[in-house]
Every structure is written in C-alpha cells, then in structure tokens.
Design a protein around this ligand. Structure first.
Ligand code: G6P
Ligand code: MG
Length: 222
C-alpha cells in the first residue's frame, strides 16, 4: 500500500501544459523557430530556461544569443503565460482530479505537489486547491529539475516516507523519468509514444481512479 502521492501540476491537475505550449509557440514565431507539438513533448516538465535552450537548438539556422537576451526571451514567454493563466478558475481542474484527491485523502495517504513552475502556487490558488496538498515542492528548493529525480525525492524526504511507498503522477516524459529514477511508482497521463516508461498509463485524467492505480501498484510490487 502506498503512503503518499506526488502530483505534477501542469497537464495533470489543470491544462496549463497547453498554455505553456501556446506561449512558447508565440516566442518561437518571434524567433523564427517553429514550435510544434512534437517539439513540445520534449519541453513538458522542463524548466523555463532549459525549454528555451531546446527551442533554440531546433532553429533552422543557429542563433547566437547572449545570456541577457535569453533572459529577455524567457521573461517574455513568462509574460505571455502570465496573461493566459489570469482567468484560471476552480472549474478548470481537469476531470476526475478532485475526486481522486479526495479518495487519496480519505484513504489517509499524504499528498504533495511536485512542480518546477514558478507559477505553481498562483495556479493552485486560482484553482482553489492550495489546501488540498500537505506539501508543495517549490522550484526554489530544487537544484536539479526533471528529469532529475530531486523534485520527487524532496517530497518523500519531507514526509519521511521511502520512495518505494510513493506514487508520482505526470504528463511529461521528463517527469516519468524523474519518478522512475526516484524509485517510485509512475503513473502517466498521455500517449504511449511519449510516456512508454510509465508503470501505469491512462490516456486522460478522467480515466484515473484510486482503485486502478492501487491495483497496478500492487501488481508491480510482486
Ligand atoms: C513545468 C512545466 C514546464 C515549464 C516549467 C517551468 O515543469 O511543465 O512546461 O517550463 O514548469 O515553469 P515556469 O512557470 O516557471 O516557467
Ligand atoms: Mg506536466
């Protein structure tokens, strides 16, 4: 029986993964680089600056930007993203998530949020879900972003629970790699093409149930 769940935010609790994509797409257009959905799969879960680096690496002709120029593009992306999340409301919580959080709580397991986003607390607040989590892994506490396991290990250590007794829920390739690297049970939301390393995979949040996860967790443990 697991003792704690660690949820990613963007693309798991609410569809802000789409807003990150739209914001990067706009920045890409200004830079003359096409940010399509395939490239975006490799941006999900990755920090702001690393995302910019990956976009720059996809440029048709190499662009040499100074560190200061990169900071400006990253800040501009965040400004676009900031506008997109202004209207987020409690009704934007993805289907099935509130019920799942309640079921986890009723089963006396702990809940953490593990997001690398510096906007995570604002988004959670606008969704009305801040109180639903026992602990939030803040981007400021983390030295190494996903796919490094630190985000997830940090939550387990905070709870004093071994990683094997934790379940991580993610929509990104980098996030699943981080959960597996931490030695936790990984639940993926998305397509098998990008999330084939997930121990348990569903196509969207409406298909997530505590029973389904628990059954898969037990099967994996034997
Ligand atoms: C999450 C998202 C990424 C985003 C990162 C940093 O991991 O999945 O798409 O780049 O957070 O977010 P921020 O809001 O700080 O730019
Ligand atoms: Mg995500």
């Amino acid at each position: 029986q697991p003792k704690a769940f660690i949820f990613d935010l963007d693309g798991v609790i609410t569809d802000t993964a789409e807003y990150h994509y739209l914001a990067w797409k706009q920045i890409g257009e200004e830079l003359g680089i096409e940010v399509d959905r395939e490239l975006n799969e490799r941006l999900k879960g990755v920090s702001r600056m690393e995302s910019l680096e990956r976009i720059l690496a996809a440029a048709p002709r190499p662009l040499s930007l100074t560190a200061g120029e990169k900071e400006q593009w990253a800040a501009q992306k965040n400004a676009v993203y900031g506008h997109l999340i202004e209207t987020i409301r409690p009704s934007d919580v993805l289907p099935g998530i509130e019920g799942l959080l309640k079921d986890i709580r009723n089963a006396n397991m702990l809940l953490a949020l593990g997001s690398a986003s510096r906007n995570a607390k604002v988004v959670l607040e606008r969704l009305g879900l801040t109180a639903a989590f026992d602990y939030i892994v803040d981007a400021g506490q983390i030295r190494f972003g996903k796919p490094h396991p630190e985000t997830f290990v940090n939550a387990a250590e905070h709870f004093g629970i071994p990683c094997e007794a934790c379940v991580g829920v993610e929509d990104s390739e980098a996030g699943i790699e981080a959960i597996n690297g931490a030695g936790m049970f990984s639940v993926g939301i998305g397509s098998p093409e990008s999330l084939r390393q997930a121990k348990y995979l569903v196509s969207d949040t409406s298909r997530l149930t505590l029973d389904g996860i628990m059954e898969a967790y037990r099967r994996d443990a034997v």
